[in-house]
Design a protein around this ligand. Structure first.
Ligand SMILES: C[S@@+](CC[C@H](N)C(=O)[O-])C[C@H]1O[C@@H](n2cnc3c(N)ncnc32)[C@H](O)[C@@H]1O
Length: 468
C-alpha cells in the first residue's frame, strides 16, 4: 500500500516543484500533489525521494514530473491576430535588414504554435520560408516527441480553415500529418525555461519570441527572471508575444506595449535602430484568419460584470481575470458559479479540484450533464480515455441533446476503434450542434463557436468513414 505523505515532505515537494519547474501551487492546491508524491516516492520512501529530487543528478525524475504536472493545452492558429501580426509585419520588417529571421516558441507544448507560424508564413506570402528559422522548446519530453511526430487530432485543427487543412495536412490512420516541408522547418528542443542562463539565451539570438499561455502558472519572481532572459536574447527592437491573460505590468520595463488589430504584443525599447522600419500597428488589409475562422477576438474590451463577464473572459482565454472576477462575485457559490470555477480549475491543470467540484455538481439536476462532461475532460487530461467515455455517456443520458458530449464520446470511440459507436455519436453531435446551448459552448467550446465545432464533428465523422 502507498503511504500518504505528511505535511512537511509535501511542503518541501511543492517548493522543489516551484524551484525547478516554475509551477506555483497555492496552499489550497497542495493536496492535489499528494497522490503524485505518494506514487513517485513509494519505492524508496518520501525522505529519500526528496533528497534525490533535490540532487543535480535527478534529471530523469524531473522529466517524469514535468510530464505529469505541466498543462499543455494548445491548438493551431491560437490567438490568430497575433500570429498574423508576426508574419505580416514583424518578420518582414527584419527581413529587409537580415538574411534570416529567428523565432522562438517558448513553451510550445505539442508544436501547434510554431507550426502555425510556419504555415501562416507560407499562406500569407510576406515571408520567404527559406529565410525563416523556428525553434520550439518545452520542458515536457512527451510534448516534444509529439511535436516532432507532427500528427494531430481534428480537435487540434479546429481553428484551421478547411482549405488550409487540405493543403498542408494529410489524413492518416493516426490523425492529420503535417506536410514534411512544413514539419522540417521547425526544430524542437526539450528545454526548461528556468535552467541556469546558458549560451541558448545569448544576446541577439531571436527576432521574436512567443511565450504565450506559459508564465501564467509561474510566480512573479520567476516570470521576472524568465522575461529578463528573453529580453537579453532578443535582437534590438525584438518582439515578445504573450497570451491574452499575461502581462509585463510590474514585471519588466524593457518593453513597450503595441497593439495591432485586436492583438497586443511587446517590442524591446529603445525602438528599432535606424533603417529597420517598425511594423505599422494596424490591422492587415487582407482577410485575416481571425475573420475566416469562428474564433473570438483575442483581447476583447472589458467584460461585463457578473457570471456573464466570467463566461466572456473564459471564452477569450483570459483565465486569470475570469478567476478574479468570479471570486469577487456575491453569487460565487451558485451552481453556475461552481461550474465555472471547476472549468477554470481544469484550465489551470488543477484536475483534482475540478473533479471534486464536478462530483459535487453531478448530484444536482441543473448541473448534472455539464458536470459529467467536466469529469470526462478531467479523466481525458489525466490520460484515462476509457473512463472519460463513460462520463460523456452519463452526460448524454442526463441531457440527450448535449451536442458536445456526443462529440467527445464519438471522438473517443473512434480513437478506441469502435467505429459504429463513433459514427452514431458523431452524427448526433453534428445534428445537435446548431441548437447547442450557448452556456455549453462558452464553458466547453474551447473558445470556438458552432461553426468551428461543426468542422471538428464533420472531420471526425469523415475520419471514421474513411479509416477501415
Ligand atoms: C498551455 S501550454 C501553451 C502552449 C502554447 N504556447 C500555446 O499558447 O498554445 C504551456 C506549455 O508551457 C510548458 N512549460 C511549463 N513550464 C515550463 C518550463 N519551466 N520550461 C519550459 N516549458 C514549460 C508546458 O509544458 C506546456 O507545454
Amino acid at each position: 500500500m502507498i503511504a500518504t505523505p505528511t505535511r512537511p515532505p509535501l511542503v518541501r515537494f511543492v517548493a522543489l516543484v516551484e524551484q525547478r519547474l516554475g509551477l506555483h501551487y497555492e496552499e489550497g492546491q497542495w493536496s492535489e500533489l499528494v497522490p503524485l508524491l505518494a506514487e513517485r516516492s513509494a519505492a524508496c520512501g518520501v525522505e529519500r525521494y526528496l533528497e534525490q529530487l533535490a540532487a543535480p543528478s535527478s534529471q530523469a525524475e524531473w522529466k517524469v514530473l514535468a510530464e505529469r504536472l505541466t498543462v499543455g493545452e494548445t491548438y493551431f492558429l491560437r490567438h490568430p491576430t497575433q500570429l498574423e501580426t508576426l508574419v505580416d509585419q514583424v518578420l518582414p520588417s527584419f527581413l529587409r535588414q537580415t538574411s534570416t529571421v529567428r523565432v522562438l516558441c517558448a513553451g510550445c507544448s505539442t508544436g501547434e504554435e510554431p507550426y502555425s507560424v510556419a504555415l501562416l508564413a507560407r499562406e500569407r506570402g510576406r515571408v520567404d520560408s527559406s529565410r525563416l528559422r523556428i525553434l520550439g522548446i518545452d520542458v515536457n519530453p512527451r510534448s516534444i516527441a509529439h511535436a516532432r511526430r507532427a500528427c494531430y487530432s481534428p480537435w487540434s485543427l479546429r481553428a484551421v480553415p478547411s482549405a488550409m487543412r487540405q493543403q498542408w495536412f494529410q489524413r492518416t490512420p493516426e490523425g492529420f500529418a503535417l506536410q514534411p516541408q512544413v514539419r522540417d522547418q521547425v526544430i524542437f528542443e526539450e528545454r526548461n525555461l528556468l535552467e541556469e542562463a546558458s549560451a541558448f539565451w545569448a544576446p541577439g539570438s531571436f527576432h521574436a519570441i512567443l511565450c504565450r499561455n506559459v508564465v501564467l502558472y509561474f510566480p512573479q519572481d520567476v516570470i521576472r527572471k524568465i522575461i529578463a532572459r528573453m529580453s537579453q536574447a532578443l535582437v534590438p527592437g525584438g518582439y515578445l508575444f504573450m497570451g491574452p491573460s499575461e502581462t509585463l505590468r510590474g514585471i519588466s520595463e524593457d518593453f513597450e506595449l503595441l497593439r495591432g488589430g485586436d492583438a497586443f504584443y511587446y517590442r524591446l525599447k529603445p525602438p528599432a535602430p535606424p533603417g529597420v522600419s517598425a511594423p505599422q500597428a494596424a490591422p492587415a488589409a487582407t482577410p485575416t484568419v481571425a475573420q475566416r475562422v469562428a474564433a473570438p477576438a483575442s483581447t476583447p474590451p472589458p467584460a461585463p460584470d457578473g457570471l456573464e463577464g466570467v463566461l466572456q473572459l473564459l471564452e477569450a482565454e483570459r483565465y486569470t481575470e475570469a478567476w478574479a472576477l468570479l471570486e469577487s462575485l456575491p453569487e460565487s457559490s451558485s451552481p453556475k458559479a461552481l461550474l465555472l470555477r471547476a472549468v477554470l480549475h481544469l484550465h489551470a491543470g488543477r484536475l483534482s479540484q475540478a473533479e471534486q467540484l464536478g462530483r459535487q455538481l453531478v448530484t444536482a439536476s441543473a448541473t448534472e450533464a455539464p458536470a459529467y462532461y467536466l469529469l470526462g475532460l478531467c479523466l481525458e487530461q489525466g490520460g484515462d480515455e476509457a473512463a472519460a467515455r463513460g462520463r460523456y455517456s452519463a452526460s448524454v443520458r442526463a441531457e440527450p441533446t448535449f451536442a458536445l458530449a456526443h462529440l467527445r464520446a464519438g471522438s473517443l470511440a473512434r480513437r478506441a476503434g469502435d467505429m459504429v459507436e463513433a459514427r452514431v455519436a458523431l452524427r448526433m453531435a453534428v445534428s445537435l450542434l446548431p441548437q447547442e446551448k450557448p452556456l455549453h459552448l462558452s464553458l466547453f467550446g474551447g473558445g470556438f463557436g458552432r461553426h468551428g465545432l461543426m468542422q471538428v464533428g464533420l472531420q471526425e465523422l469523415q475520419a471514421c468513414t474513411e479509416v477501415p
